[in-house]
Design a binder for this molecule. Structure first.
Ligand code: NCD
Ligand code: ZN
Length: 347
């Protein structure tokens, strides 16, 4: 059994950095291990235009620790008022790498998202033409649909019809949580991919709800039953290039997580790489970790694999992380896998 693994510097293809004091607090956690990340645009107010993405990128660059080797890959938040020409200009300027579709009301800061997908077809047609990927939060918002079924229903009623209508559109199914998501991702060719988070490889819905409610395991899409977690593990460790890492690390201060109406999001930026080494080793697939974290996402987004490396080592004693990250916005609880992890990132 190997206790040392060197991989190309990884990319996080789905990351929430927020803004202001929270951005300053969480950014170093990602920049320490990751060379690039697809930056989610669900700020308040959201990052809708090229000018807003430029300004947000500048704030991220200003918040980077000195000497950090990190490139934010910007995205735009799709609204029913989005201007296709502005999207195309942001893409041809090299500023944005994707557009994010949030069904209105599906998750944190999604109320400005899309209610009626036919209203954004002109933008999607332009994106298909220029090869700009659409990252999709794939859940329906219909209150009559059970929250555990919202991903599967979205695939059948929104995603599949959309892809039949616009087969050229490049699509990333973000943070898939179900075996239906895994199966559907496999039906697509090179134009379809899916990100998988670290936490969905580790928790199922019992972790959230059994033996007392655990707000720090609540995220959206919500973790499903064990059979789905096993399907995600098999997909992530399969070596299929359509599945790659998007941590969806989504910081909220503890006061808003431990609340009568707690926010959705798990904060995994700090310990994602050791946790993934643990999971991949458990699956007998350590040799496939580099594909999942460092090669397949880059390939989908048309980026070179990093020339830098990251080394993970395994010790006899468990790795200890602080329970919380103190940010200027308040404390953020670091994802606790609930089992000892012996991997760490070597400096
Ligand atoms: C994300 C957030 O907090 O911005 N929350 C989450 O539970 N994943 C939004 C999202 O990606 O759904
Ligand atoms: Zn997210």
């Amino acid at each position: 059994m190997s206790d040392r693994l060197t991989i190309p510097r990884p990319d996080d293809m789905h990351l929430h950095l927020r803004d202001g004091a929270m951005l300053a607090g969480v950014l170093p956690e990602t920049a320490r291990h990751f060379g690039r990340a697809i930056i989610m645009p669900n700020l308040v107010p959201p990052v809708v235009t090229m000018a807003e993405a430029q300004a947000y990128r500048a704030r991220i660059m200003a918040a980077l620790p000195k000497g950090a080797d990190f490139t934010p890959l910007m995205t735009l938040y799709l609204t029913e008022g989005t201007d296709a020409a502005d999207v195309a200009a942001a893409h041809s300027a090299g500023l944005i790498h994707a557009v994010k579709l949030y069904p209105a009301g599906a998750t944190t800061n999604s109320h400005g998202g899309v209610r009626d997908i036919t209203r954004v077809l002109p933008v999607l047609e332009k994106m298909a033409e220029i090869g700009l990927p659409l990252c999709i939060h794939g859940e329906v918002t219909d209150p009559d649909v059970d929250i555990f079924d919202r991903e599967a229903v979205f695939i059948d009623t929104v995603l599949d019809p959309l892809r039949r209508r616009l087969p050229q559109l490049r699509v990333v199914m973000e943070h898939i949580t179900t075996s239906q998501g895994v199966d559907y991702a496999r039906t697509g060719g090179d134009s379809l991919a899916a990100t998988i988070t670290t936490h969905h490889l580790i928790i199922n819905r019992n972790h959230i709800l059994a033996g007392g409610i655990k707000p720090h395991y609540y995220c959206l899409p919500v973790a499903k039953r064990e059979s789905h977690r096993l399907a995600l593990r098999a997909a992530a460790t399969s070596g299929e290039a359509r599945f790659f890492l998007g941590t969806d690390s989504a910081p909220h201060i503890d006061a808003l997580k431990e609340h009568a109406c707690g926010c959705a999001g798990c904060f995994t930026a700090t310990n994602t790489m050791p946790l993934l080494a643990h999971v991949f080793e458990e699956m007998g697939a350590l040799d496939r970790l580099a594909g999942f974290t460092s090669r397949f996402g880059a390939a989908f987004y048309g980026l070179p694999v990093s020339g830098k490396t990251l080394t993970l080592t395994k010790s006899a004693a468990p790795t200890i992380w602080p329970e919380k990250l103190d940010t200027g916005a308040g404390p953020v609880t670091i994802f606790n896998p609930g089992f000892p992890v012996f991997w760490q990132v070597a400096d």
